[in-house]
Every structure is written in structure tokens, then in C-alpha cells.
Design a protein around this ligand. Structure first.
Ligand code: CAA
Ligand code: FAD
Length: 383
């Protein structure tokens, strides 16, 4: 067993760290306040190869492994989780799904500009009445022969307005249950597609989360991903990888908050000594560091299992569950260590605390991760 990173991994991590400090940190508080999408920064991330990191270079990707991807995700998320959620959705939901299951024509037309970062993608599964219970889709894609007629509403869609390409999951044959669901590639310009209300959120306020509506949108048959009825399996298989991205995001939020708390605790003095030298504070830091390392090992393990092309669904669910719980706990403690300063915006930790919460909710809540893990471990024991 080898726990060392390769030189390439270290170079990718350092490049992401440098970018986060120089391009994302300036203005991150203002973007959070104004709920403004980091459009320029995302464009730059595309130019640096962060938006299609794992895609084969023949489709404009970086040809990197999942370990590189999680290292970069952690660094970007330490500073700006609104930018990193766009990166995660584009890399591990949209590009991965298209590369794995798309036709050559779909890859040429859609994957190439998405992997280079020229365009941004969105993944549209959730609906007002179907979040965790994802098979209860109400959005319909009626088979009209050479095209589908798409009608319905999607909720909470990340990159909702900034995307150009949308992977939309919809019911074609209700009687077939989850085997009657398809995934269609929808372009923003298609008639009948409207980007609706923007959500006003607790955290990741720079990320543009929108409701989307589809009214008699004609989607050509060649825009269906996979065989007829493959859409739900497509979504589940894709989310397994997406959850590694969100686990890495949560890890980054936790480690960003830890670094700020540690540095602050060495500077801030009370009762004639740095607060780090009060045992109550140093023990908090010890617990934070230990839990972050445990989460990091699980995130890297999930990435490693994916790179080995083994079934990694249990690992990605465990990594997301663990890292998101650690992110929430660590950021709350980071605010506590900052005292009153932690409660004001310029010290960053209150934002990280607000951002941490979403990692326990999207791409499957912590309760859903426990369902995925328990089903897997019970089958393994039975088998
Ligand atoms: N990996 C692969 N396949 C899976 C799977 C997984 N983790 N979980 C379920 N499936 C497959 C099953 O094998 C089954 O397929 P077959 O019949 O071909 O074997 C099919 O999915 C249906 O499975 P279930 O009968 O178990 O389905 P269920 O109705 O009991 O629900 C669930 C399963 C795990 C709860 C699922 O609905 C789920 O994951 N819900 C959460 C949805 C979610 O994560 N949404 C995220 C939206 S995207 C997002 O949030 C992006 C963002 O914020 C940035
Ligand atoms: P519900 O499913 O209604 O769950 C409510 C509560 O009940 C939760 O605590 C849940 O864990 C619990 N619960 C539900 N079922 C069970 C059960 N069987 N056992 C135990 N507990 C259960 N979706 C997309 O498709 N694409 C996106 O890009 C996207 N981006 C998002 C961005 C943001 C900022 C947000 C807030 C959401 C986003 N989502 C996206 C949606 C997200 O994936 C869902 O909100 C999430 O899956 C939960 O669904 P829900 O909100 O309907 O909650």
C-alpha cells in the first residue's frame, strides 16, 4: 500500500491551490453577498483544464485520474465552494456521463466544448416532488418517433442559468417504473425551455441554482443517452462519481476552515497567551485535524476505487457521508474558535459554515447515503 502522491498529483494540487488563492479569494465575500456567479473565474478554470479533468484528451479533456480531480476539488473548495460546485457538476456528472455513455456524435458536439470549459453543463434530476425519491419523476418525454416532446419542471438546478447544455432525466413510460426513464441532452436555445426563478440560498450563494421549465420542447432522438429506458441507471451510475466530487468539496470546506482556525488561534491572545495554548482550543483543533484526515483517506479511497474501475458506489457514498458531516462539524468549531470575529463576514469561516450545510443535502442527503451504504454492506455480507 502506498499513501504517497505522485509528482503529477502534487503539481495538480499546487496549481489548483495557487489558482484558488490568486483568482478566487479576491472577491469571494463580495460574490457571496451579491449572489454573483463566478463566470470569469470559471472560464479561467476551463482554460487551465479544471472543467474536464478526467476526460480523454481526444475530447479536449485533461486525461487525469480521479485522485488528481479530488485534489484539485479540495483546493478550489477551501476558498470558493460556489466555484467548486460548478466544477464538480461539469466534471463528474455532465462530462463523465457523456464520455461513458454518449455516442461519438454526442461526444463531438457536446463533450468537447464542455470538457474544454468553453461551455458549462447542468444535470437535471430533481423536481419539486422528486428529490430523494428520484424515480417519482413527473417530467415527461413522450416518444414522437424522431423526437421526444419534453414537458415538466426541474428544481434546484446548479449552473441553471450559466449552463448551455442540460442533461434532463424524464419519464417516457410510466408503467415501466425506473426502466421507463430516459436522459436527454437539451440545449438552452431549444424552443419551450425556460430558465425560471433563481433561488436565494443560505450557502454557495455564488452558485446559480434555478428552477427550469420545459413546455413541448422537441428534443431529437439522437440526443437520448443510451438505450431507451436507461435514464435512471444513467443518473445513478453518474451520481456515484458525482458524490466523490461533493465529498472532495466538503473536505475542502473543512480543511479551509481548519487552516483559518489554526492560524487565528496562534495569533489571537487571551489571558497572556495565544488561544491555541488553551487546552480547550488545542483539543478542538486536534479533533478537527483527525477527522479531516479520516475524511481525506476515505475520499482518496473512493477516487482510487473508481480509478481501478471497480464498483465504487459504497465508497463514494461513505466518502460523501463522512466528509460532509466533518465539514459541518469543523466549520461550526472554526466559527467558535474565532469568537465574535467568526460571526462576521471578513473572517470567511461563517461563509464556510453556511456552505458546508449543502454538502449534507445535494447529490443524495446523508440519509440517502446511509441507504446506499447499508444496502451494499448487507448484500456483501449475504454474498
Ligand atoms: N449505483 C448504481 N445503481 C444504483 C444505485 C447506485 N448508487 N442506486 C440505485 N441504483 C439502481 C438500482 O440498481 C436499480 O437498477 P436495476 O433495477 O437496473 O438494478 C435502480 O437504480 C432503482 O434502484 P432502487 O429500486 O434501489 O431505487 P429506489 O427508488 O429505492 O431509490 C435511491 C434508490 C438510492 C434512494 C435513489 O433514488 C437515490 O439515489 N436518490 C437520491 C437522488 C440524488 O442523489 N439526487 C441528486 C441530484 S443531482 C445533484 O444534487 C447535483 C448537485 O446538487 C450539485
Ligand atoms: P426530500 O427528498 O424531500 O427529503 C427531505 C428529508 O427527508 C431529508 O432529510 C431526507 O434525507 C429525508 N428522507 C427522504 N427520504 C428518506 C428515506 N427514505 N429515509 C430517510 N430519510 C429520508 N438536483 C439536481 O438534480 N441537479 C442539481 O444540479 C442540483 N443542485 C442543487 C443545488 C442546491 C443548492 C440544492 C439545495 C439542491 C440541488 N439539487 C439538485 C437537489 C438536491 O439533490 C435535492 O435537494 C436532494 O436530493 C434532496 O431532495 P429534496 O430536497 O426533495 O428532499
Amino acid at each position: 500500500m502506498n499513501f504517497d502522491l505522485t509528482e503529477e498529483h502534487i503539481a495538480v494540487r499546487d496549481a489548483a491551490r495557487d489558482f484558488a488563492k490568486t483568482a478566487l479569494l479576491p472577491g469571494v465575500i463580495e460574490r457571496d453577498n451579491a449572489q454573483s456567479f463566478p463566470a470569469e473565474q470559471i472560464q479561467e478554470m476551463g482554460a487551465l483544464g479544471f472543467m474536464g479533468m478526467m476526460v480523454d484528451p481526444k475530447y479536449n479533456g485533461g486525461g487525469m485520474d480521479t485522485i488528481s480531480y479530488v485534489l484539485a476539488m479540495e483546493e478550489i473548495s477551501k476558498v470558493d465552494a460556489s466555484a467548486s460546485v460548478s466544477m464538480s457538476v461539469n466534471n463528474s456528472l455532465v462530462c463523465w456521463g457523456l464520455e461513458k455513455y454518449g455516442t461519438e456524435a454526442q461526444k463531438g458536439k457536446y463533450l468537447k466544448p464542455l470538457a474544454s470549459g468553453a461551455l458549462i453543463g447542468a444535470f437535471c434530476l430533481s423536481e419539486p416532488e422528486a428529490g430523494s425519491d428520484a424515480t417519482s419523476q413527473q417530467t415527461e418525454a413522450i416518444d414522437m418517433g424522431d423526437h421526444y416532446l419534453l414537458n415538466g419542471t426541474k428544481n434546484w438546478i446548479t449552473n441553471g442559468n450559466s449552463a448551455s447544455i442540460y442533461l434532463v432525466i424524464a419519464q417516457t413510460d410510466r408503467e415501466k417504473g425506473h426502466k421507463g426513464i430516459n436522459c436527454l441532452i437539451v440545449e438552452k436555445e431549444m424552443e419551450g425551455f425556460v430558465v425560471g426563478k433563481k433561488e436565494d440560498k443560505l450557502g454557495i450563494r455564488g452558485s446559480d441554482t434555478h428552477m427550469l421549465s420545459f413546455t413541448d420542447v422537441k428534443v431529437p432522438k439522437e440526443n437520448r443517452i443510451g438505450e431507451d429506458g436507461f435514464g435512471f441507471n444513467f443518473a445513478m451510475n453518474t451520481l456515484n462519481g458525482g458524490r466523490i466530487g461533493i465529498a472532495a468539496q466538503a473536505l475542502g470546506i473543512a480543511s479551509g476552515a481548519f487552516e483559518l482556525a489554526r492560524n487565528y488561534s496562534l495569533e489571537r491572545k487571551t489571558f497572556n497567551k495565544p488561544i491555541a495554548h488553551h487546552q480547550a482550543i488545542s483539543f478542538k483543533l486536534a479533533d478537527m485535524a483527525t477527522e479531516i484526515e479520516a475524511a481525506r483517506l476515505l475520499v482518496l479511497k473512493a477516487a482510487y476505487e473508481k480509478d481501478q474501475k471497480r464498483d465504487f458506489s459504497k465508497w463514494s457514498a461513505m466518502a460523501k457521508l463522512m466528509a460532509s458531516e466533518v465539514a459541518m462539524k469543523t466549520t461550526v468549531e472554526a466559527v467558535q474558535i474565532h469568537g465574535g470575529y467568526g460571526f462576521v463576514k471578513e473572517y470567511h469561516v461563517e461563509r464556510l459554515m453556511r456552505d458546508a450545510k449543502i454538502t449534507q443535502i445535494y447529490e443524495g442527503t446523508s440519509e440517502i447515503q446511509r441507504i446506499v451504504i447499508s444496502r451494499k454492506i448487507l448484500t456483501e455480507l449475504d454474498g
